[in-house]
Structures are given as structure tokens and as C-alpha cells.
Write a protein of this length. Structure first.
Length: 745
């Protein structure tokens, strides 16, 4: 017995708690492998244990390992785990993100890379600022070629491994973009600075062009390990192939079913290419899930089988089936939010920690209604990886315009938008204006009207003053939602963000602000209660100015309800942000065609399958209880929209679902925006109550913004009356009669 114990290698303890596929992956011989790791299957554990096993068994030295991941958080976790497994200084090993490792390489080989030893790395803001300087020096119109758009153009080209002289340009617009790219590259080289994409591209070029250096690293890194392989882009994949010498093996861990970042350049096809390019390569599947109950996993498996070309795996667990998936259909998005808030309250009463509850949404703009409900319920929450709705920059810009038409003497509001969107009023001109205002004791608006900006900027300032005055005149008499819509369009805000490559979220948030104004009117009538003066203790008075009341409401909701770090809080996030996280209770909201899956995906090649992968990620975040919800009617992009449930709900096995509301019939046979049944219900309601606030179905009416139309449906009575009007130029709109201010045509 003693002799048996003495011959047991200490590395065997590393394998003690691994299941069979995990053990197979960790103890592979010197061969490349693709580890297909399902959600919650212990992929990080396998990756770090593989490194520890190689070191413990003497198959490689610490200097012979290269391990790559995508985030600093993941790299830090890998180092921490490895430090607990191997008695070495892990910080000397080449373990880190793509960008971090490339930075390390270039610091060592700065001469070969034609860089100064002390080269600087620009963040995204620095990159945009440099592009602005380059374009200004070359007298290039930054409205026709927005700097942020140019930053995306340059980064996209670099991530494909393409320098400016190799970009294919078939028209004048692209040729000008290439010219800017060339000027930008020359400036970066002259100033000794690099952007994030340059780190990888420059490293790749050095290795490509320097055979001796390439052969050195090929011989050094005998084991290359890659985490989240499904997220690699074209250049990252080529970089890995270049580093892997004939004696090297690549151990890649990924999940093609969780590839959701194509908008960042990720290529799920890299996983299919791996088996060919690194042949012979072994495929190992990690399918046992340690996170979720069986019903949740069965739903995820059934859903993702609808995608084509998968490498294929089936998640399973030994934890039992658990609860059915709870599904709720609300009449409106407000009903959906109320259901979620009530369910959260019930979970809290059952002893569930707030930290273990998450609300997921496809579009960040959806967060507003949930924030509003949580605010009113005094439930602490945190927007993970983002800002609360009224704190988002684009929303604050729009609110600043609203503040200015309400009170032009508001200096902070003026400073925020006087040159946004850009209109040629630079920092120096604003400093001049502030100096004049301080000297005369006037507000910035008063000084601007008196010509305080001075110089060439005064013409642009005069245009800004005219813009604010014209918006004030044009919105007089309009109801609050229409005022907000007019501002975001006329100010140029929404047009500005539509030009940005990744501006879709910001556009949706601006459009949601219109919905927020509409909801505010419906809930409060445009009135907010404020405290009276101290002499009338115990009494309140109403502020009946809707703009002032809405501004106050927004400020209150941007208060301190979001929990401070360290305090227990419910988590709110987009599904993209949820990847890699897990919670006991998960709410997947807004499951409607056009929202999730998103409209944009239906026009993109492979877009629908990526949306389904995104849904798969959402489902597999839940450990114990999963809720899904959707609404028949939603204020989306500032307009009322009639919905049908997402096809993803229809793709789930009925046996796994517990409906908490009436189950809709014929999911996919129902027209997308307004079903005939809904239209019939409206018509019958209108016939039963033929006259609504002086209007009737069939009557021709006029609206200040939408023009002339015909009432085709009506519902409710008194202050709750809503009418559906088919406008000649704007189509069908659903309006609250109390606020719409319709007149007979």
C-alpha cells in the first residue's frame, strides 16, 4: 500500500473532481483540440486545469505556454485559479487578452515594429480626437465624414488585416475614406501612438515579415490555449495560425451556440475552420451543465436545434427537472412591466436575494419602463454594463434641448448642446462667451443673443439661437410627446446618431424618450405634486406645466435608486451584457417579433440564427426559475405597435411552459402589427359606444403633426378614450384622445 501511494503522481489531484469529458480534455496528448463547452459546463476550470496539468507533468515549462482570452476579467480569473493550482509565479507567463499580449510583444520588439520604445496606446476617445485633427488639417468636411464613423471604418479594415493602400475603393466616397485612413496612419506613426486594432495588426505584420522572430516564437510556444474561440475575428484567427508552429498544438475552448458578436467582427465560422486548419484535431464536447435545472436546459436545446451548421451538443444536468418556464402575455408594455415588478416582489418575499434576480432585454431602450416600476416600488437595482435611462448621454442631450425651450436662461443646458450635434462652435468661442457673461452678470443665452461669442463662431451661434427659438414656436400648442419628437428630429440629434455605425441603441433610446413622455402624461396628466411653502405644512400643490413636470420627473428618476457598489441590487442588462453571468431568477422580456428577434436581423445574412443564439444565451443564464414575457401592444420608437409573440416562444416545447396568462393562438399566423381580431374588437367596441368625446368611427379628423386622417377604431370612454386614426401621410396611429387635440377636418 505504501509503495502504491508513493508512485501516485501529485498531478492526479488536479483530476479529482472532473467529469469524464473534462478529464479527457485536460489530459490530452500533444494534439490540437476543439473543446465544445456548453453554457455552465466548467470551461474555465478545464482551461486552467489543462495548463496546470501540462506544467505538473513536465510536458511544458511556464515559458512555453501562451493562453489568450477576451477580457481582462477572464484573464485575471484564469491567473487566480492557476496560482492556486501550480507552485509558480504565474504572472511571468504569457496569459492575457489579445490586446494585452500584443502590447507585451511590441514593447519587447519595438524596433522591429518601427515604433518608439515609449509608444502610447489610444483609447476610443483619443482615436476619434486624432481623426478630427487630421480631417481639420486636411479641410475635410466632418459632417460628410463623421469622425466616429471613420474610426469604425479604420478599425474594421485593420481587424480584417487590411492597410489603407489595400482597401478596395470603387467610388469617390470610399476613396475619400481611404485618404483619411492614410492621413490617420501617417499621423499615428509620426506621433508614436497606436490604437487597439493596431496592436494586433502590427504584431501580425512583424511576425509575418520577420522569419527569424516568427520561428523563435513558434519554437517557444508549444502549447497555445484560447478561451471563447467563437468570438475570434479574422485577424485574431490569422494571428493564432501564425504563432502556432509545426510542433505547437492549439487547445481552443468555445461554443458556437453562444457566438453573438458578429457586429464586432466575430466569425463563428472560425470554429468550423479550426478542425481543417489544425488537423489532426480532436473534438471534445462538454455537455454536463452545473448551473441550471433540466427544464431550462431542455428548452435551450430545443430552441438551438433550429439553427443550421452547428457542431452540435446537448446540455444535460443531474439536478432534476425543476420548475416549468413561466410565460406571461400582457396587453401592453406597461402590463408586462407590472408583471415583472410584482414577480420580483414575490421573489423577495420568498427570500430570494436581489443579487440573484436579473431582468434581460434585447434593446437598452426597454429598460426605462422597468426602471420606472422599480423606482416606484423602491427596489434597489443596478444597470449592469450601462447607465440608467435618464443618465444616457443621448437622453440627456434631448432633455437639455427641452430645458432650453422651457427656460433659455439654463446655462448648463446650453453648454451641453450648444455644439452638439457639432455646428462649428469651438471650445475657445464658448470660453469667450462665458467670459462675456461673467463680466456683464448675464446668462450665457443673454450674452449669446448680444453677440458674446465673437468672431466667426457668432454666425453659428446665431443659427443655434434661431434653432431654439424656432423649436419653441413650433412646439407651442403640441402635447408633450409631440414636443419631444419634434426636438429630437429638428435638433439633429436623431439624425446624428443614425449616421453612427453603432448608433442604433442611441436612436432607440431617443425614440423611447417620446414613449416616456407619453407614459408620463397617461399616468399623471402632466401634473407632478410638489411641496408647498412651509407656511402651509402638510399641503401640496400641483405643477401643471407638463414640460416642467416631466423635467422634474426625469430628475427624480435619475436619483439614487440605483444601488451603490457593494449593496444588494437587482440586475438589469441587455442580453449581450448577460453573457458569462448567471442568476437564480431570470426575466427575459419583450419577446415579440421585430424586437426579439430584432427587425434588423431579418435582413442580415445569418442574422436570425445569431438572434436565436442570443436567445439561447438568455435562457441559459437562469439557474432555478425562468420567466418569459411579451406584450400585445408596445410603445416602440415613439409609436404604438401591435405585436405577436416571438417565434422563439413558439419554438419551445409546450410541455415545458406554464402560461400565466391566456395563451395566444396561431403565433406565426397573426399579422405583425395589428391582428384582424384586435381590429374587430376595436370596431365592435366603437359600435357599442358610437360617440367618443365628440368623435365617431369613420369621422375625418386633423392632427397638428400627422395631418388629416380617418378614425377607424375607438376604445374606452371619458379620459381613458383612445382612438386609432389612419393618417394619409403617416399611416395608422393610436392616440389618447385627452392629449391628441384632434379637430374635425
Amino acid at each position: 500500500m505504501f509503495e502504491t501511494q508513493s508512485t501516485t503522481h501529485p498531478s492526479q489531484s488536479l483530476l479529482a473532481n472532473l467529469n469524464e469529458p473534462q478529464r479527457t480534455a485536460v489530459t490530452l496528448p500533444h494534439i490540437s483540440a476543439m473543446v465544445l463547452a456548453g453554457a455552465g459546463s466548467g470551461k474555465t476550470r478545464v482551461l486552467t486545469t489543462r495548463i496546470a496539468w501540462l506544467l505538473a507533468t513536465g510536458q511544458v515549462s511556464p515559458q512555453g505556454v501562451l493562453a489568450v482570452t477576451f477580457t481582462n476579467k477572464a484573464a485575471k480569473e484564469m491567473l487566480t485559479r492557476l496560482a492556486g493550482m501550480a507552485p509558480i509565479n504565474v504572472r511571468t507567463m504569457w496569459i492575457g487578452t489579445f490586446h494585452g499580449l500584443c502590447n507585451r510583444f511590441l514593447r519587447m520588439h519595438w524596433r522591429e515594429a518601427a515604433l518608439p520604445q515609449t509608444f502610447s496606446i489610444m483609447d476610443t476617445q483619443d482615436q476619434v480626437a486624432l481623426i478630427k485633427r487630421v480631417m481639420k488639417a486636411a479641410s475635410i468636411d466632418d459632417e460628410k465624414f463623421p469622425p466616429k464613423q471613420m474610426a469604425w471604418f479604420i478599425s474594421s479594415a485593420k481587424e480584417e488585416g487590411v492597410r489603407a493602400n489595400a482597401v478596395e475603393a470603387y467610388d469617390d466616397f470610399t476613396r475619400k475614406q481611404v485618404e483619411i485612413y492614410q492621413l490617420y496612419e501617417a499621423t499615428c506613426q509620426r506621433e508614436g501612438v497606436v490604437d487597439f486594432s493596431e496592436l494586433l495588426l502590427r504584431t501580425y505584420e512583424v511576425l509575418s515579415n520577420n522569419q527569424a522572430l516568427r520561428e523563435h516564437y513558434n519554437a517557444r510556444f508549444r502549447h497555445i490555449l484560447v478561451d471563447e474561440f467563437q468570438d475570434t475575428n479574422s485577424l485574431q484567427y490569422k494571428w493564432l495560425r501564425l504563432l502556432a508552429g509545426r510542433e505547437s498544438v492549439v487547445f481552443s475552448v468555445g461554443d458556437d451556440d453562444q457566438s453573438i458578436y458578429s457586429f464586432r467582427g466575430a466569425k463563428v465560422a472560425n470554429m468550423q475552420r479550426f478542425e481543417h486548419d489544425f488537423a489532426p484535431a480532436k473534438l471534445i464536447k462538454l455537455e454536463q451543465n452545473y448551473r441550471s435545472f433540466g427544464n431550462i436546459l431542455d428548452a435551450a436545446n430545443t430552441l438551438i436545434r433550429n439553427n443550421q451548421g452547428r457542431l452540435g451538443k446537448e446540455l444535460w444536468t443531474d439536478r432534476g427537472h425543476g420548475e416549468p418556464i413561466r410565460v406571461f402575455q400582457g396587453y401592453s408594455d406597461g402590463d408586462e412591466a407590472a408583471f415583472v415588478i410584482d414577480s420580483v416582489k414575490a421573489a423577495i418575499n420568498d427570500g430570494v436575494s436581489l443579487d440573484e434576480i436579473a431582468i434581460l432585454y434585447r434593446s437598452n431602450a426597454q429598460s426605462r419602463l422597468f426602471e420606472h416600476g422599480l423606482f416606484n416600488a423602491r427596489i434597489a437595482y443596478r444597470v449592469y454594463g450601462g447607465l440608467r435611462f435618464f443618465e444616457r448621454a443621448e437622453v440627456k442631450h434631448a432633455m437639455a434641448y427641452l430645458r432650453l425651450i422651457n427656460n433659455p436662461e439654463d446655462d448648463n443646458a446650453l453648454l451641453r448642446v450648444v455644439n452638439f450635434p457639432p455646428r462649428g462652435i469651438g471650445a475657445k468661442s464658448i470660453e469667450n462667451l462665458q467670459a462675456v457673461a461673467k463680466q456683464s452678470g448675464a446668462t450665457l443665452w443673454q450674452s449669446a443673443c448680444a453677440g458674446g461669442a465673437g468672431g466667426r463662431a457668432q454666425a453659428a451661434m446665431a443659427q443655434f439661437i434661431g434653432l431654439i427659438e424656432n423649436m419653441r414656436i413650433a412646439t407651442k400648442g403640441l402635447v408633450l410627446p409631440e414636443i419631444v419628437r419634434h426636438l429630437i428630429e429638428t435638433s439633429g440629434l436623431i439624425g446624428h446618431y443614425r449616421l453612427e455605425k453603432e448608433g442604433q441603441d442611441r436612436v432607440e433610446n431617443l425614440e423611447e424618450l417620446v414613449s416616456a413622455a407619453d407614459s408620463f402624461l397617461r399616468e399623471t396628466g402632466g401634473v407632478i405634486q410638489v411641496e408647498s411653502d412651509p407656511g402651509e405644512a402638510g399641503e401640496t400643490q400641483s405643477n401643471t406645466d407638463p414640460i416642467t413636470a416631466f423635467l422634474a420627473h426625469a430628475s427624480l428618476e435619475a436619483g439614487d435608486t440605483q444601488a451603490a457598489e457593494g449593496r444588494a441590487a437587482l440586475q438589469m442588462m441587455s442580453v449581450h451584457s448577460a453573457k458569462g453571468l448567471e442568476f437564480d431568477y431570470v426575466f427575459i422580456t419583450g419577446l415579440e417579433e421585430g424586437l426579439f428577434p430584432h427587425d434588423n436581423s431579418l435582413n442580415d445574412d445569418g442574422g436570425l440564427e445569431e438572434e436565436r443564439r442570443l436567445m439561447y444565451v438568455a435562457v441559459t443564464r437562469a439557474k432555478k426559475r425562468l420567466h418569459m414575457s411579451f406584450a400585445q401592444m408596445r410603445m416602440l420608437h415613439g409609436q404604438t405597435r401591435y405585436n405577436v409573440p416571438s417565434r422563439f416562444v413558439d419554438e419551445l416545447p409546450a410541455s415545458l411552459l406554464q402560461w400565466l396568462s391566456a395563451k395566444p393562438k396561431n403565433f406565426l399566423d397573426t399579422p405583425l402589427h395589428s391582428s384582424q381580431e384586435t381590429r374587430s374588437n376595436w370596431t365592435s367596441n366603437a359600435v357599442a359606444s358610437a360617440d367618443h368625446g365628440g368623435f365617431r368611427v369613420g369621422q375625418q379628423v386633423k392632427h397638428a403633426k400627422f395631418g388629416t386622417g380617418v378614425i377607424i377604431g375607438a376604445e374606452g370612454s371619458g379620459k381613458n378614450t383612445q382612438v386609432e386614426v389612419n393618417f394619409a401621410e403617416h399611416g395608422i396611429k393610436r392616440l389618447a384622445l385627452e392629449f391628441a387635440k384632434l379637430t374635425a377636418a
